[in-house]
Design a protein. Structure first.
Length: 372
């Protein structure tokens, strides 16, 4: 299209529009094929090969046109391959592009007057220009490969450092959870099981078609990792209250009701800057809102319905599910059937109806998790 405009405004002399139209159509076809492939196979290993080889096809198409002779342009695709910071991939792409270059040069050597026009033709033209192009390509490839190798080593170093940092973060979070367990012996296994329940509920909600935009793999993984901190605020509650083998007094229960705000403050003050922002946001959300009720009768903020963040609505169901199934100092464990019946009755009251639908459909999975 740019060439057509240039001819129209007399920037270039008159030209044959047919090759321009053909080339534009070819580019559109290649881009369309890339788009369709990436929609069917997003983030697949073959995607990068399809995209770059398609780009090389455009270069090869131009290389076979009369009055055009490309040499350094063949290195455009290998140069782009360096952006993947994978020296093996750069090597493979460079080899493919070199073969493509030699094939197009051989094709041009078969023309009656290969461009550039000189005294050479046929095999002599191919030998001369093939040798020159090989030397040029080889020198540039060595530079590209060196750049790609250096980048690969740098990223590998950064990756290893990130793994160590993530390990430290995981130990820190585990330490927080263990501190809660030291205050309330029933909490240790509880936070492990609720993390598993959170993952199960999230995946089932997505399977059932609920909240699909909010339940991608990364979001689910973050919720599972954040779930162990939902009861962190219990660190601020007396052991005498947490372990009391009888019903709490109104005053004691009011004290327990403060633990969501305690937990949110602990996470905000101690994890911000250590973990990434998405994780700390989800962890704070779960800690602060996991006792809110769908009908607004919960605490501490008295939020209702969709005012309550999804992560907290899922955490609330997982929390109560395990609490009912587990033995506590003040109660015996309740059977799975009775637990699910209680939660079903609270659908639309205490819990998000969609979340309860997911819980009820997970009966056998819950039974397996509760026994493990």
């Amino acid at each position: 299209p740019a060439m057509m405009l240039a001819v129209y405004f007399h920037i270039f002399p008159d030209a044959d529009y047919l090759p321009l139209i053909i080339f534009t159509g070819f580019v559109v076809l290649v881009v369309g094929a890339q788009h369709c492939f990436l929609r069917l196979h997003p983030y697949s290993k073959s995607a990068k090969y399809v995209c770059l080889i398609s780009l090389e096809m455009v270069v090869c198409y131009l290389a076979t046109r009369e009055n055009l002779c490309l040499f350094i342009s063949y290195l455009m695709v290998p140069a782009v391959s360096c952006l993947y910071y994978d020296k093996k991939f750069t090597g493979i792409i460079s080899l493919i592009c070199y073969i493509a270059m030699m094939v197009t040069l051989f094709y041009r050597s078969r023309l009656p007057l290969p461009f550039p026009h000189d005294t050479l033709s046929g095999n002599a033209w191919f030998a001369a220009y093939g040798t020159g192009a090989t030397i040029e390509y080889g020198v540039c490839f060595i530079i590209l490969y060196a750049v790609s190798s250096a980048a690969h080593e740098m990223l590998n170093t950064v990756y290893q450092r990130n793994l160590r940092i993530q390990g430290m973060q995981a130990k820190l979070i585990s330490s927080f959870a263990n501190l809660v367990e030291s205050k309330d012996p029933t909490t240790g296994e509880h936070i492990k099981r609720t993390s598993e329940y959170v993952g199960m509920i999230c995946r089932r909600l997505r399977y059932l078609g609920y909240y699909k935009d909010e339940l991608g793999d990364d979001q689910i993984d973050t919720m599972i990792k954040a779930a162990p901190l939902h009861d962190l605020g219990k660190m601020e509650i007396s052991e005498n209250i947490l372990c009391k083998p009888a019903k709490l007094t109104a005053e004691e229960f009011d004290k327990v009701k403060e633990h969501p705000e305690f937990g949110e403050a602990l996470i905000r003050n101690n994890l911000c800057g250590i973990e990434d922002e998405e994780y700390t946001t989800v962890a704070r959300t779960m800690a602060l809102y996991h006792h809110e009720h769908w009908d607004g009768s919960g605490y501490p903020m008295h939020f209702a319905g969709y005012e309550i963040p999804l992560a907290a609505r899922i955490m609330a169901a997982a929390d109560v599910l395990d609490a009912l199934l587990s033995r506590r100092p003040y109660k015996d464990a309740i059977s799975l059937d009775d637990t699910l019946e209680i939660m079903k009755e609270q659908s639309g009251r205490q819990f998000d109806p969609a979340v309860i639908e997911a819980v009820l459909s997970l009966k056998e999975d819950i039974r397996t998790a509760a026994l493990s």
